[in-house]
Design a protein around this ligand. Structure first.
Ligand SMILES: [Zn+2]
Length: 408
């Protein structure tokens, strides 16, 4: 490949600031909540075709994939294009789907989380085409994926397992404030069913109350949360566990209840797996409920909703942790690319929330980083916005790294 001038990439991106702003404004104006992304996917498909990507296709689940280059290896640059809902409409001072461009910002649901990333990807594609990107080794795939807000990583579990579409390198364009991110905590949801023994409420000593049992387990979980340790590197921070719901029931309100139910939210740091988390819960139940194995069960619930194409692809509500070291070759390459492109040192950090990388990096250990326009704190908030000046910076980075992976 011919030598590429990074300053030309950055200059081009900055010259296209109005264009990338109009891309984002158009995307925001077509709403798309999880499992209802059809209209936005169709819009993005026509935008990719207009820009002239080498291949544009929609997979069986309804993800949009656009390629530039013909090489066998895949650098994937990913944006989920679904958003959460509006929430409290009264908290918004602007129409959440206005896509209004004003005073250096673009407004609307998804502006930062994470349609800005999608718009910057479109501009990166345009720049790569204009610069005649060619490689015998790599293809640059731009993925516009779905259902992330409801079940992060499910779209990629589907792509990898059902479509056999396996990235070699992965970049999530979720908001990082233009920093390079190299990990985030994982999470899982856990259900606990406890079985007591019901009896008449007039003689509670004859029964085993699921209410007291569930309460003791809940207090045991509180204690477990305090005992959880941070990761060795102290990068991702401490895992957490909390009871998010409890229910007890029995044959009547004049009886000792025999059914106890707890729902837990567990955040996982480096080294904490699903198996470990379940083992810890099992210990709490044994210690605090004093019942044997046949009287309780622990379950990780399954996400089970059809996508906009009608395809049902299920997965358990377990989202593994991921992290790559600061010295990992892909993190190093990203830092080097940033430095050469912007003549400044990159800041390396992590997300607080979870992203599609939970599947790609967490389940499949594919080298991954995050780099995106916009701020994490804007995500899911009313009056969501993004600074326009972030968009060309992100686009330039995606175009530049497409060239710099050549010898990776
Ligand atoms: Zn997001």
């Amino acid at each position: 490949m011919k030598d590429v001038n990074f300053s030309e990439i950055y200059k081009k991106a900055k010259n296209y600031e109005d264009l990338v702003s109009s891309y984002l404004s158009r995307i925001i104006k077509t709403p798309a909540m999880s499992n209802n992304e059809k209209d936005r996917i169709m819009l993005l498909k026509s935008m990719c075709e207009q820009i002239g990507f080498d291949e544009v296709k929609i997979d069986g689940l309804g993800n949009l994939l656009a390629r530039i280059g013909n090489g066998p290896k895949k650098l994937v640059i990913d944006a989920h294009i679904d958003t959460v809902g509006v929430g409290d409409q009264k908290a918004w001072t602007k129409d959440p789907f206005s896509g209004e461009i004003k005073d250096g910002y673009i407004y609307g649901r998804g502006a930062s989380d994470q349609l800005g990333g999608a718009a910057s990807m479109l501009l990166a594609g345009k720049i790569l085409k204009e610069m005649g990107y060619k490689s015998d080794k790599w293809s640059i795939w731009f993925s516009f994926t779905i259902i992330e807000e409801d079940c992060d990583g499910l779209c990629w579990k589907y792509l990898i397992e059902s479509e056999k579409f396996m990235p070699d390198l992965f970049i999530s364009t979720e908001p990082t404030g233009l920093k390079i991110y190299r990990g985030h905590r994982g999470r899982m949801e856990i259900e606990i069913n406890l079985k007591g023994l019901s009896c008449h409420g007039s003689a509670p000593e004859r029964g085993v109350s699921a209410a007291y049992m569930a309460s003791r387990v809940a207090l045991g979980i509180e204690k477990l949360n305090k005992e959880l340790k941070p990761d060795k590197e102290k990068f991702l921070g401490k895992g957490t566990v909390t009871v998010s719901m409890m229910k007890v029931s029995g044959p009547s309100q004049c009886a000792v209840p025999d059914i106890g139910y707890l729902y837990l939210d567990r955040r996982l740091t480096t080294g904490e797996t699903k198996e470990l988390a379940i083992e810890q819960i099992e210990k709490v139940i044994k210690k605090y409920a004093g019942i044997n194995q046949s009287e309780y069960n622990i379950n990780v619930p399954t996400y089970s909703k059809p996508s906009w194409t009608g395809k049902l692809f299920e997965q358990e509500l377990y989202f593994p942790t991921w992290k790559f070291d600061e010295t990992h070759p892909f993190v190093s390459l990203a830092k080097k690319t940033y430095q050469e492109l912007f003549e400044a040192k990159a800041v390396v950090d992590k997300w607080t929330f979870s992203t599609n990388a939970t599947c790609v990096a967490g389940r499949y250990n594919i080298p991954s980083i995050g780099f995106g326009p916009g701020l994490e704190k804007e995500a899911h908030a009313p009056n969501e916005k993004i600074a326009i000046s972030d968009l060309p910076v992100a686009a330039a980075f995606y175009a530049a790294i497409a060239f710099s992976v050549e010898d990776f």
